[in-house]
Design a protein around this ligand. Structure first.
Ligand SMILES: C[S@@+](CC[C@H](N)C(=O)[O-])C[C@H]1O[C@@H](n2cnc3c(N)ncnc32)[C@H](O)[C@@H]1O
Length: 294
């Protein structure tokens, strides 16, 4: 197993974008290591492993300063535990293509940045200068940071005040003024309705919902079933020549099925361009991303 881990790590050396220290080092079956994932957050490595599997013993000589682990489990959603190297007691910044994000190993199951969205953040930076961006399901506002750093105006919307505060900290970390963006605490369906009623329009809307969510205002959302309804609400707040990023995180829905799901809700002439997953996620296609150009 150690040889395969070393081989996966060495394959990454040519793939890592410049000025990026947050990267996937081992991607399960795609690296011949089914069930094992290792992410590098600026030298703090996080091993994720299937329930019931032992974590591999890794020596610091492999290149980490801290080694943590968590179990990939439906029920257990706890913070990573310390396995070796330094203890990470406080949040720390990572860099991705000249932008910085706070990572927290004490914050529970998610550490603050979804590495699999790197290419979409990069694409947004190319597409959005001078545009308005509505970042729904904003989490720690990494899409908002990417948009504003590229010269866009952004509205970040999420059902968690903590994540929105984390998002504001991410802005400050990059020298961006959170006061110049909106951080709206609330339900996406509710706010898309409010924006539509007020005639508020955006040039770009980011849709990257969780697979399942429950809100007091709009009830239960199941991405596979309700994506069309979500997209239709988003289309009511988009400028006529706008762009919608549609992401779906689902293993058992194929990219084609998702494409047809989107086509059902989009006007006929819309140009749908698929974004692949980053090269450090070989063999994975669970994240389906389409940029819909109206
Ligand atoms: C998968 S994360 C989104 C990741 C984010 N797009 C990114 O790339 O960093 C899901 C987020 O959606 C938020 N959320 C879940 N249901 C919601 C709802 N009904 N309205 C607003 N936000 C919601 C959660 O609080 C969480 O921050």
């Amino acid at each position: 197993m150690l040889d395969r881990i070393k081989a996966a790590i060495s394959r990454r050396s040519g793939l890592r974008p410049t000025e990026t220290d947050a990267y996937r080092l081992v991607n399960g079956a795609g690296d011949g290591l089914d069930g094992l994932v290792i992410d590098d957050f600026a030298g703090r490595w996080l091993i994720s492993s299937k329930e019931g599997e032992d974590f591999p013993q890794l020596a610091p000589e492999l290149g980490y300063r801290a080694l943590y682990a968590k179990t990939l489990s439906r029920d257990e959603r706890s913070s990573p535990t310390h396995l070796g190297g330094e203890k990470v007691a406080a949040r720390f910044p990572v860099q991705e293509q000249r932008l910085f994000y706070w990572i927290d190993f004490q914050s529970g199951y998610s550490q603050g940045l979804f590495l699999d969205q790197r290419l979409n953040r990069q694409k947004l930076r190319e597409l959005c200068p001078g545009r308005t961006v509505l970042n729904t399901f904003a989490y720690t506002c990494s899409f908002g940071v990417a948009a504003v750093s590229a010269g866009a105006r952004a509205v970040n919307l999420d059902l968690s005040r903590n994540y929105l505060e984390w998002g504001q900290e991410n802005y400050r970390l990059n020298g961006l003024e959170p006061e110049k963006s909106d951080f709206i605490y609330g339900d996406v369906f509710d706010w898309l309705g409010r924006f539509a009623k007020r005639g508020r329009r955006f040039d770009t809307v980011i849709l990257d919902p969780p697979t399942f969510s429950r809100s007091r205002t709009s009830g239960v959302f199941r991405a596979e079933k309700d994506y069309g309804a979500l997209l239709e609400c988003a289309l009511r707040v988009i400028e006529p020549d706008g762009i919608v990023l549609c992401c779906l995180n689902a293993h058992h829905v194929s990219a084609n099925e998702f494409r047809y799901m989107l086509k059902d809700s989009l006007p006929p002439a819309v140009d749908l361009r698929q974004m692949p997953m980053p090269a450090d996620f070989p063999g994975s296609d669970y994240l389906k991303s389409f940029w819909a150009h109206l």
